[in-house]
Design a protein. Structure first.
Lengths: 337, 337
DNA sequence: CTCCTGGACTTAAAGGTTTTCGGAAACGTA
DNA sequence: TACGTTTCCGAAAACCTTTAAGTCCAGGAG
C-alpha cells in the first residue's frame, strides 16, 4: 500500500533492456527476440507492473473512457439504461465515468466540464423521461448519444423506446383476444410517454374500425390513481371488456379495484400494463400482461452506437427501439399462459 | 467537433506570455501582474481552454477519480448506495468510475486491474447483500472502503446497516403499541440479513421477557412467500397480534392474505416490514410501517470515509450504520399516523 | 555609484509511455 | 575485404501541465 508503483522504467532495468524494448515486448510488437520478450514479461510480472493509463492517454489522445451523464438516476428508468450501457462498454474495455446531474442544469454544465477536462472519448446522456431535452452537444469536441430522453436537436443521435408502436401492439393483442370495448388509463399528459401511448391506442383502434370505450383518463403514475380511475371507469362504462394502462402501477391499482367490484380479470375485463416492473407485474393477481421497453438493450445499443461514432461516423436522428409484449394471465384465460 | 483542443501553450501564445505564466495566472497563484492575468484569462476563454486532467494527474500522482465496484447492481440495494456515494464525490469535485462485476469474480479482477491502471485514488466496493465477501484489498496501492456488503477481513473498512439494532427497534415499537404475541416471517437463512434481523427480534423479546409467537418462517424474499407464510402462521398461531417481516415484499403478501382471511390490520394484527421499498410500503393497504436502511446516507458516509482514507488515516473495522423506523398505518390505529 | 531586494516573467525538468529513427551486430554474397 | 540485408535494440521526441530555479529590471538604501 505504501510502495511506489512500478513504471516501465523499473521493468526495463530489471530485465536489462531499454524502455523502448520493454514497451515493444509488453505490447506484443515486432522487433523483439523471443528470449528478450520473455525476460521483460517476467520482470513485469515480478513487479506487478500496470501501465499508466494517464501517460498512455496523454500520448495517444484516447482515454478509452466515456462519460455517462444522467439527469435523474433516482428514476426507475435511467438505471436499466445505465446498466446496459455499462455492460456494453465493459465488454469493449472502456471505462465509464458516472455523473448524476440530479435534474439541475448548472450541475450538468459542471459535470460536463469535468468530463471534458478528463478527455472522455464520448458521452451518453440518459434522460429521466422520454420528453425531449435541450441538446448538450453544441460544439463539443466529442460525440454524444442520447438514450431514453432524446435531444431536442434532430441532428443529434438519440435512442428512445417506440412507445407508439408498443401501445398499438398491446391494443392489437387485446383485439386479437376478442375484446371490442377498450378503455385507456394513463399518466399526466405533459409526459410525452402518455401522449405517445394514447396515440398508439388511437392508431390501432382506427385500423380496426373501433371506437375507444369512454375518454382517456389521465392522472399521476400511481397505483392510487389506478384505483381511483377504476371507480370512475366502471361507473361510466360498465360494459368495458378491456383496459390498456399507461403503467404497471396504474394497472395494478385497476386490477385491485376491479376485483373488489366483482369484475373478473381477465374473464370480464382484460388488462394490459406498461413497463414490466416485475415487483408489480408478476405479483398482482392475475399477473399482468405488460409492455417491456427493453431498456437495458436500449442502453447497450446506445453504447454500441457511441463506439461507432467515436471511430468513424454516426447516423443522426431519433432511433425508435422496439419494445416487447410480455403476455401473462391478465389477458389470457388462466392456465393458458 | 473536429478542431484540436486548445492547450495551455495556445493560451500562452495568444496572451503573449510563457506557459509558466499562463499556468500561474490560470491557477490564481502569485507573481502575476493583474493586467497579465486578465490577458491570460481572456485568451483561455477565447479558446475555451480546458486543462488536461491527464497531464495534471501524471504530474501530481492524484487523479481525483475513484472506482466504484459493484458486484451486482441489478439488485435493489446497490443502487441507492451507489447514488449516495456519487453524490458525496460529486460535491468534492471527484469523478466516479463505475464498474459492474455482475457477480463474476474474474470480471471483478479484470475491472480492478483496469481501475488501478487508470490510477484511481481510491475504491468503493458495493456488495449485493450484507453477507461478508472476500477482501479485494490485499496489497492494493489505494485505500478501499466496502459498503453494504462488508469485507471478510476485519482490518478492512466496511459500512453496513445495523440490521440487529433496527430489528430490535421495530419489535420494541410493536411492544410499545401493546402487542405481546409477535411472530416473524423472513427470507432464506443463508442471508446474513435474515439471521441478523431474527437476532434483533430475539434480543428485544428477551429484554421484554416475552416468547416469540411460533417459529420463525423462512422462505424466498417474495410477496408470494409472504402470502403462503401468512396461511401457515394464521393456522398455527391464530392469536398472534403482531408480525415482524424481514422484507416489505413478505409484509405486503402477509397483509393481503390476512385481510382476505378477515383479520384487520392493524386492529387485530400489527405488521412491520423492512426496506421501505416505497412502491410496496406506501401502496399496500394499510401503508406499511417499515425499516428504512438509509442506504443513500450509507453510501455517502462510505464515500466521505474514503476521502479521509485517501488524505490521511482510516479507521478500520465494520461500522454499523443506524436505520430508521418509518411509522405508517400498519402499526398505528387509522387516523393516528 | 554600488549593492540589495523583490516583483514579474521565463527556462527547463519532471511525470510515464509510445513511436520513429538510427545504430550495431550478424550473416551472406561478390 | 567490401558491401548489402536482416534482426534486434536504444536514444530521443512527443503528449500537456506544474513547479523549482533562474533571469532581468526597477527602485530603494547606503
Amino acid at each position: 500500500m505504501a510502495t511506489r508503483r512500478a513504471t516501465i522504467n523499473d521493468v526495463a532495468s530489471l530485465a536489462g533492456v531499454s524502455i523502448a524494448t520493454a514497451s515493444k515486448a509488453l505490447n506484443g510488437r515486432q522487433d523483439v527476440r523471443a528470449a528478450t520478450r520473455e525476460r521483460v514479461l517476467a520482470a513485469a510480472a515480478e513487479l506487478s507492473f500496470q501501465p499508466n493509463a494517464l501517460a498512455r492517454g496523454l500520448l495517444s489522445g484516447q482515454t478509452r473512457t466515456v462519460g455517462l451523464l444522467t439527469s435523474d438516476s433516482v428514476g426507475r428508468f435511467g438505471i436499466p439504461v445505465l446498466l446496459g450501457a455499462e455492460d456494453a462498454f465493459g465488454a469493449g474495455e472502456m471505462a465509464v465515468l458516472l455523473c448524476d446531474a440530479r435534474g439541475d442544469a448548472i450541475r450538468e454544465q459542471h459535470h460536463l466540464r469535468a468530463l471534458l477536462s478528463r478527455r472522455v472519448d464520448g458521452l451518453i446522456v440518459v434522460g429521466e423521461s422520454t420528453n425531449p431535452r435541450p441538446s448538450v452537444s453544441k460544439d463539443l469536441p466529442v460525440p454524444v448519444v442520447y438514450a431514453y430522453g432524446p435531444s431536442e436537436d434532430p441532428s443529434d443521435v438519440s435512442f428512445v423506446p417506440d412507445d407508439v408502436g408498443a401501445a398499438a401492439m398491446a391494443v392489437n393483442h387485446l383485439l386479437a383476444m376478442g375484446r371490442r370495448k377498450v378503455a385507456h388509463l394513463t399518466g399526466p399528459t405533459h409526459y410525452k410517454a402518455a401522449r405517445d401511448r394514447e396515440e398508439g391506442l388511437r392508431l390501432a383502434l382506427a385500423e380496426a374500425g373501433l371506437a375507444q370505450a369512454g375518454q382517456t383518463l389521465s392522472g399521476p403514475w400511481s397505483q392510487r390513481w389506478g384505483r381511483h380511475a377504476a371507480e370512475m371507469l366502471l361507473m361510466a362504462e360498465p360494459h368495458v371488456d378491456a383496459v390498456f394502462c399507461g403503467s404497471d402501477q396504474i394497472a395494478a391499482g385497476f386490477v385491485e379495484t376491479a376485483r373488489e367490484r366483482g369484475r373478473r380479470v381477465p374473464d370480464d375485463i382484460a388488462v394490459v400494463g406498461y413497463d414490466n416492473w416485475e415487483v408489480l407485474s408478476t405479483e398482482t393477481r392475475p399477473a399482468l400482461t405488460t409492455v417491456d421497453m427493453n431498456l437495458e438493450s436500449l442502453g447497450r445499443t446506445a453504447a454500441q452506437h457511441l463506439f461507432a461514432a467515436i471511430d468513424g461516423k454516426a447516423t443522426p436522428g431519433v432511433h425508435k427501439m422496439p419494445c416487447q409484449l410480455v403476455i401473462r394471465d391478465s389477458t389470457s384465460p388462466p392456465g393458458v399462459s
